[in-house]
Design a protein around this ligand. Structure first.
Ligand code: GAP
Length: 513
């Protein structure tokens, strides 16, 4: 655990030291769970957004984009169920005065059972060596089965209690499992209460004429209220999707783990409108499609897993998370939800406007069903960033810190470095930069010894360093250094564009899907 903590601390401090993420309003001691993206972070975030957008909108002829406003008519949130049901069950510890999400305390308890299973697997793998059959072990070992059964029954009971608003039973479960305050070990708990997560605000200049609004807690509703506008103006035929990226706001009770759980964050969501009765197939299809998108980035297949929900949100008939192995363990990265016709039907009811589709093949009108994919951009940033940050022992006994970002997402694709600051080398380096910047984001750096400059670029994830030296003056060649292998090749200046493009081309990466 100490190791995980250390690794996570390194991620947070590296993000600050190298200009990726700063705490919001830091000079005023910051604002809890609100962050700013700095010069490198903003590029990485933009590249992740673009990678998602291209895969989702550009590569699908039946998916179009949208950019709806953050402010929406307040009835939206009544119709969507957020006013009544967008609550977290919270519990306070009377001794430590710390507030927790009751469901998170219980889920953390179950995660510890999962850790125990992992440990049993590791022990058995050592004991049995090459003859170890993990699948067989997981399905037959009595201790593993016991942990699994216990975890499943706890989550089932919690899901049922939350669905029935039986908060007394949620507290009873915490007591039965002897869950203690993680900070102090105290088991002196208050009752469990519901807490609405939406931020309220007002629109209008004078107190009498003002109207109470909410900052949107998800981008999805901007898509639902525009369903008919987009369908008609784009002459869209079912099945089709509407995709959107944008800010969302939640007054999270447990704001922790850096940009994993923020109060202001960005979502990338796609609502896929389908014929009623086909939602199960599309749900399975999108689960696989989204996993493939993640795998295309090469962060390691073993770092992803599906988690099917027992506790369903008020709008869903099936839901799963794609979980990622963050430095603090497997946690939700993306949600895939079969939202039924809940949202459109509810907006029809509250607005009095028809939100239906005429299906020419069936010759009938219906309210479409919806399968949603929803990923937090900041969470995706954390997944990519934490997975890429590595410390490597070198043969000469030193270590180097390298951010092995997928090249397609790297903030800067190449750095152009004159070996020395004289003899005309800076001029050539600048000329190369001025030429390459039409196609790639590139950087110029002439300060310090070239070795130190390489290390600086490694630390921000730049895949290529291009060094201009005295040989360049005679034969128009430069050294190109590869971030991951540190290998160096001598190439013609005219070849640079092709070499970089091959490595950072979105097509090359998305083709892996
Ligand atoms: N429209 C469905 C929806 O909003 P969700 O599971 O509540 O579903 C979707 O959120 C995704 O948004 C999550 O998988 C996560 O990546 C991201 N997300 C949710 N709350 C977040 C928060 N407080 N901070 C950062 N990302 C968050």
């Amino acid at each position: 655990m100490a190791n995980q903590d250390d690794q996570f601390k390194k991620v947070v401090s590296h993000a600050k030291e190298y200009g990726f993420v700063f705490q919001s309003s830091e000079i005023y001691d910051g604002l809890s769970a609100v962050y700013d993206y700095a010069q490198n972070g903003v590029e990485l975030k933009k590249n992740i957004r673009e990678y998602w957008w291209k895969a989702m909108v550009q590569m699908h002829e039946n998916i179009v984009g949208l950019d709806a406003a953050i402010f929406m008519h307040p009835t939206t949130w009544k119709a969507s169920g957020h006013v009544d049901a967008f609550n977290d069950p919270l519990i306070d510890n009377k001794d430590s005065k710390k507030r927790y999400r009751a469901d998170v305390l219980i889920e953390d308890y179950v995660a510890k059972l999962d850790d125990k299973i992992e440990k049993e697997v590791e022990k058995a793998a050592k004991r049995f060596g090459d003859s170890f059959d993990k699948d067989q072990f997981l399905t037959t070992n009595p201790r593993v089965l016991g942990y699994k059964e216990k975890g499943e029954s706890i989550l089932k009971r919690m899901g049922k209690s939350l669905a029935e608003e039986n908060l007394a039973d949620v507290k009873a479960l915490i007591e039965e499992l002897e869950i203690a305050c993680p900070l102090t070990g105290s088991r002196n708990w208050t009752e469990v209460k519901q807490f609405n997560l939406m931020f309220g605000t007002k629109i209008g200049a004078s107190a009498d004429a003002s109207m109470d609004l909410y900052l949107r807690p998800e981008t999805a509703q901007g898509i639902f209220v525009n369903f008919s506008n987009v369908q008609k103006s784009g002459r869209m035929k079912i099945p089709f999707g509407i995709a959107q990226t944008g800010k969302a706001f939640r007054n999270e009770i447990v704001a922790r783990q850096f940009i994993f759980r923020m109060r202001e964050f960005e979502q990338m969501e796609m609502q896929f409108f389908v014929r009623p009765g086909t939602q199960k197939e599309w749900y399975e299809e999108w689960k696989q499609a989204r996993l493939k998108w993640h795998l295309s980035l090469g962060l390691g297949k073993e770092n992803y897993r599906f988690h099917d929900h027992d506790k369903l949100a008020h709008y869903a008939d099936a839901a799963a998370d794609i979980e990622f192995k963050f430095p603090f363990g497997f946690k939700e990265l993306e949600g895939i939800h079969s939202r039924t016709d809940f949202d459109l039907a509810s907006h029809e009811k509250f607005s009095g406007k028809k939100l239906q589709y005429f299906d020419p093949e069936l010759n009938e009108h219906y309210v479409p069903y919806v399968v949603e994919t929803s990923i937090g951009l900041d969470r995706m940033f954390l997944a990519v960033f934490s997975n890429s940050l590595q410390e490597e022992d070198l043969e000469n006994g030193t270590t180097r810190t390298v951010l092995r970002l997928p090249a397609v997402l790297a903030p800067t694709k190449a750095a152009i470095l004159p070996l020395v600051k004289k003899d005309g080398l800076p001029e050539i380096a600048r000329k190369i930069m001025d030429d390459l910047k039409w196609d790639f984001s590139v950087d110029y750096d002439e300060k310090d010894a070239v070795g130190r400059r390489y290390r600086r670029q490694d630390a921000v994830g730049t895949p290529f360093c291009i060094t201009v030296d005295h040989e360049t003056l005679t034969d128009d060649t430069v050294t190109i250094r590869y971030r991951d292998t540190m290998a160096q090749n001598r190439v013609k200046i005219s070849e640079l564009r092709g070499i970089i493009k091959e490595e950072v081309d979105v097509k090359k990466w998305l083709m892996k899907m």
